[in-house]
Design a protein around this ligand. Structure first.
Ligand code: COA
Length: 390
């Protein structure tokens, strides 16, 4: 039985800051951000968007009435959840009006959460071929104003329907994975900003990719030439390039050129959104599928998932006949085109605006948020979400 990605939706907040302007304000050369790190625009989430609303808006784009009935498992991958106990998945389940006979759960392992969710979903579908699973990958990356990680922030979500006989990408069975207890990036429960050892996280990312790639080759006998493209978790778009480069020496120049060109296309959306943590790999996959018009059905795509702390996994999928008809290319063009630029001052003010942490209530000004699903306020320690169309 084929199991894989049947639908894939995406949402990013409607605001962004230009990385050239941020660089000038931070007294660094713009090329450091645009070339050295590889980011052009960074999504800025208004206070009315959190990981729940971003995920719900992403899933909203792709679900039809049949999906809503068939989905009996919602798995929410995030490292910026809004509650230490209640799962973010159950909020989305309610906001989207899904079948009540469903399981809802949140999973966490830094940027690896959604990959764990996909692997769980595969098992569920193998046992229940009529079911569908909604996998959500949603985060707001916050390192802090003037911090070394600031240029690698961002916000957004990807929502995927995993099913039997998928319309877009059939996932193959063999994958390679690795875990090691590393302090390269973490966020203590008392902090709303991540702590990071940037250099260590880069080193670990590169070495995890090299190790899982070796294990994958041993397990499958495949080589780089068997891949049309390899997509990466992209905390910033230079990162995957650093990991891919040493491995490329194993193959011919033709294959190197193909993988490098396709890597570049796979970074397009991420370059304009920033880091969305657990959704970043899937945003990169989406960028490749939507922006490369001549990718043929039958092509094998590699995916490298990395979650600091750390877990890495390399897994693969085969593009299905007619997959392009199931993508939301026009909608995503519109999403990018309709975003509004904010100045660095406005970005800083939005960044500093946070929800109360002392239990007091708040009503948010929701008029400027064009999203269908948003956070309207907090009352009695409870977030109040609104789906305008429900
Ligand atoms: N023109 C072109 N490139 C420039 C440049 C310029 N004017 N100035 C600097 N650069 C390059 C550097 O050479 C470097 O390239 P390299 O990585 O290929 O060597 C790159 O820009 C980044 O410069 P660096 O001095 O290393 O940046 P930094 O100390 O500010 O840290 C991160 C960058 C990514 C480590 C930091 O933003 C961070 O910690 N981010 C969060 C963690 C993260 O994303 N980790 C990834 C793994 S999950």
């Amino acid at each position: 039985m084929k199991i894989g990605i049947d639908k894939i939706g995406f949402y990013a907040p409607h605001l962004y800051v230009d990385m050239n302007k941020l660089a000038v304000r931070r007294n660094v050369e713009p090329e450091k951000f645009t070339i050295g790190i590889g980011q052009e625009k960074m999504a800025v989430p208004p206070i009315t968007q959190d990981s729940v609303t971003l995920a719900a808006n992403a899933a909203l784009e792709v679900l039809d009435e049949n999906d809503k009935e068939a989905i009996d498992f919602v798995i929410f991958g995030t490292e910026t959840g809004i509650d230490n106990s209640k799962s973010a998945a159950v909020y989305v389940h309610h906001l989207l009006g899904l079948n009540p006979h469903a399981r809802t759960v949140e999973v966490k392992h830094a940027c690896y959460g959604a990959t764990a969710a996909i692997q769980m979903a595969k098992g569920h579908i193998a046992l229940n071929p009529e079911s569908k699973v909604l996998v959500l990958a949603s985060d707001i990356a916050r390192y802090g104003l003037n911090s070394s990680g600031e240029a690698t922030q961002g916000a957004g979500a990807v929502g995927m329907v995993i099913s039997a006989d998928p319309a877009i990408l059939a996932l193959e069975d063999k994958s390679a994975y690795l875990a090691d207890d590393v302090m390269d990036f973490w966020r203590p429960v008392y902090s709303d900003k991540a702590l990071v050892d940037g250099k260590l996280s880069n080193e670990k990312y590169i070495s995890f990719f090299a190790k899982v790639w070796e294990q994958y080759k041993e397990k499958t006998g495949r080589e780089l030439k068997d891949f049309e493209a390899i997509t990466f978790h992209l905390p910033y778009t230079k990162m995957g390039k650093k990991a891919l480069k040493p491995v490329l020496e194993e193959t011919t120049e033709d294959v190197q050129e193909r993988l490098k060109a396709n890597y570049q296309i796979s970074t397009e959306y991420n370059r304009n959104v920033g880091n969305i943590y657990t959704g970043s790999l899937y945003l990169s996959l989406l960028s490749l599928l939507e922006q490369k018009e001549d990718l043929e059905a039958g092509a094998r795509i590699g995916m490298f998932s990395y979650g600091s702390g750390a877990v890495g996994e390399f897994f693969t999928g085969i593009l299905q006949d007619g997959y392009r008809e199931h993508l939301k290319i026009k909608e995503h063009d519109e999403l990018f085109a309709s975003r509004k630029e904010v100045s660095v001052d406005e970005y800083e003010a939005i960044f500093e605006e946070t929800l109360p942490t002392d239990g007091s209530s708040i009503e948010l000004d929701v008029n400027s948020d064009p999203a269908q699903i948003y956070l309207a306020g907090v009352t009695d320690h409870m977030r109040r979400y609104v789906n305008k169309e429900k």
